[in-house]
Design a protein around this ligand. Structure first.
Ligand code: SF4
Ligand code: FE2
Length: 627
């Protein structure tokens, strides 16, 4: 394949879907599915009590209890966002506990990025004139304390990690969050049967959870993982099914998040002692392939390391069934979201061993080893031994047929590595924006789904359209997996950019779509947006940076999407978040929020019109800056 070839979608997935006898997959099931439930789609179905389920219709405009469409929609939305925030906080807590274990010397995790630890420790008010382990201890403790504060006490780190202008907007709206865990409990409590019925109060609670998701679930978790796992470096790599090498004992990580949880498996698989064990079993060593966000995170951190057992990023959440269906994977491990139950029969058929590292993602057929930082090495060793057993058991018995497609990509773009490549400050990027060589910056982030035009299609079409208009794109998450396997993270995509952006990318030797990694890296967009706003001495809603979760899939995406808007970035969704049954909530999200927090949700089913809306937002913001 030529390096300049860019697909309009994921060709390998399309080809495998058409292959006779290939395993059943979510993409295939989607095509056979009955029409969606119209009431659920609009958010006007309630089953909170045994008098229901109630559905709102023109002749029955309220539930049996009297709940209006506005109440039911707000209640459903807040419940979904609370669940999404809870997932992010689970990850944040595990990362903080791991940092604590490293600080106390109780696990094999170490501090790999001391500079970052010290920089952020200073930012959150820790004196850094002391031993690095003591700094790490205080850092982790501060995070854990904020998680367990009472509802009535404001979360300290939101103030320390946000622009003062944002904090004052949030203060005026009374959406500065209290203790993190209790905010989630309060959201679940107020949305239970016949408690809160005020849609506006519940919508404001959604915004509070958005802030929690952004600061703790995204930014702080990202920072703690950089400290523990090492910060990414910009490097060239390849993705797609062709990275799989049958000569190795092959493991696939299919978890959506919680990179820190499985990292010791990667570390052990890379060391000589374990490579020798794999060789004794007849393989060249171990390879761990990335599927979904953990894979993107590994790609960011390991693609530049020749000694790493990381084998490459294969694809996103909806490619996991396809990867297992190639027969090339001996063991699959998971620890969080985006682990489809659809893999279970495939693992059975293909004799793939399943290991689960956190019971929040326990799968049928998987052995569970509940994550504790102190036990991470013990569980990593069990996992690798199980992989050896599976390799010996299944090779020769199952048919292996792996597509050869390899897609060139760049990886490792972060707030620090981009700034580093620009010479240490945002000024060169700001100059390019002021000059108009780059019209603005757009995040294309979050999940992939089939609901918006099919697997990955909306995200790829939107991104091509944005770069054509000289808008630099930051891609992350599973939609980023689509962009990567379609070729947009490679230098070949420069040819698709508008004339001015093309010149910039040629000069800097970067693609117009920068791979910032997993969903979690939305936290990096927060840092970039706030740092640029800080240099320009303006608030975030005034800078020409916008975002999109074009193919949002799950509750976590609703939580991080809400953060994007509360942060001040207009945010495009390709499908509505189950709110259109309430005019009040729809209007609040798509219009009134602009007056409240300076940004709004944009819901647009067509990617070209979506790009129009994002471009208009960028142009409005340029006007605010008089450029
Ligand atoms: Fe119906 Fe009200 Fe019960 Fe919901 S809580 S199911 S709207 S009666
Ligand atoms: Fe993700």
């Amino acid at each position: 394949m030529s390096d300049n070839y860019i697909y309009s979608a994921e060709k390998v997935i399309d080809d495998l879907s058409r292959k006779p006898g290939f395993v059943d997959t979510a993409i295939k099931r989607w095509e056979k599915r009955d029409p969606k439930c119209g009431f659920g789609y609009k958010g006007i179905c309630c089953r909170l009590c045994s008098n229901g389920p109630c559905r709102i219709t023109p002749t029955q405009p309220v539930g049996i209890c009297g709940a209006t469409a506005d109440t039911i929609v707000a209640r459903n939305l807040l419940r979904a966002i609370a669940a999404g925030t809870s997932c992010y906080i689970h990850h944040c807590r595990n990362a903080a506990n791991t940092l604590l274990s490293a600080a106390e010397g109780k696990s094999s995790y170490t501090i790999k990025d001391e500079e970052k630890l010290k920089r952020y420790a200073q930012k959150i008010g820790i004196n850094t004139n002391k031993d690095v382990k003591r700094i790490a201890y205080e850092f982790a403790t501060k995070v854990l304390n904020d998680l367990s504060k009472p509802y009535t006490e404001k979360s300290e780190l939101v103030y320390k990690l946000s622009l003062p202008a944002r904090v004052s907007t949030w203060e005026k709206l009374n959406i500065l969050p209290g203790g993190v865990n209790e905010e989630i409990i309060a959201a679940l409590t107020k949305t239970s049967t016949n408690l809160n019925s005020d849609p506006v109060d519940m919508a404001l609670h959604c915004l509070r959870l958005g802030i929690i998701t952004g600061i703790y679930g995204l930014e702080l978790t990202c920072i703690m993982q950089d400290i523990l796992l090492g910060s990414p470096k910009i490097t060239a790599t390849h993705s797609n099914f062709g990275v799989i090498d049958q000569g190795y004992i092959n493991l696939a990580t299919i978890g959506g998040h919680q990179q820190v949880v499985s990292n010791r498996i990667l570390e052990l698989a890379s060391n000589k002692e374990w490579v020798k064990k794999a060789q004794e079993a007849g393989a060249k060593g171990f390879k761990i392939y990335g599927v979904t966000c953990v894979g993107q995170d590994y790609e960011m951190r390991c693609a530049s390391d020749k000694n790493s057992a990381f084998g490459g990023y294969v694809g996103n959440n909806f490619t996991q069934e396809y990867i297992l269906g190639t027969g090339a994977i001996d063991l699959v491990f998971s620890e969080f979201n985006c682990t489809l139950p659809g893999i279970e029969p495939i693992c059975k058929e293909y004799l793939v061993k399943q290991i689960c590292l956190d019971d929040v993602a326990k799968k049928v057929g998987a052995d569970l080893y509940q994550f504790q930082p102190e036990k991470a090495d013990e569980y990593a060793a069990i996992t690798l031994n199980e992989a050896i057993k599976a390799y010996k058991n299944r090779r020769g018995k199952v048919k292996i047929d792996v597509p050869a497609e390899k897609t060139p990509a760049m990886t490792g773009f972060t707030e620090d590595s981009i700034k580093g490549a620009l010479g240490g400050s945002w000024k060169p990027l700001i100059d390019l924006i002021v000059k108009g060589d780059i019209k603005g910056v757009a995040g294309v982030v979050g999940c992939s789904n089939m609901a918006a035009k099919g697997h990955g299609i909306y995200g790829v079409e939107l991104t091509k359209e944005l770069i054509k208009r000289d808008i630099l794109v930051l891609g992350s998450g599973c939609v980023g997996g689509n962009l990567e396997n379609a070729g947009l993270y490679g230098l070949g995509s420069i040819e698709l950019a508008g004339p001015k952006l093309k010149e910039v990318c040629r000069k800097l030797n970067i693609p117009p779509v920068l791979n910032i990694g997993p969903c979690l890296s939305i936290g990096r967009i927060h840092i970039i947006a706030e740092e640029i706003a800080e240099v320009l001495k303006v608030d975030v809603p005034q800078i020409p940076v916008v975002a999109s979760a074009p193919q949002w899939l799950e509750e976590q995406a609703l939580a991080d999407g809400t953060f994007g808007v509360v942060l001040g970035l207009d945010l495009l969704l390709g499908t509505p978040p189950f709110v259109t049954g309430s005019n009040l909530i729809t209007e609040l999200l798509t219009s009134k929020l602009k007056d409240m927090v300076g940004a709004r949700f944009i819901i647009e089913a067509d990617p070209i019109l979506g790009a129009d809306a994002m471009e208009s937002s960028i142009m409005e913001r340029r006007k605010l800056l008089n450029i």
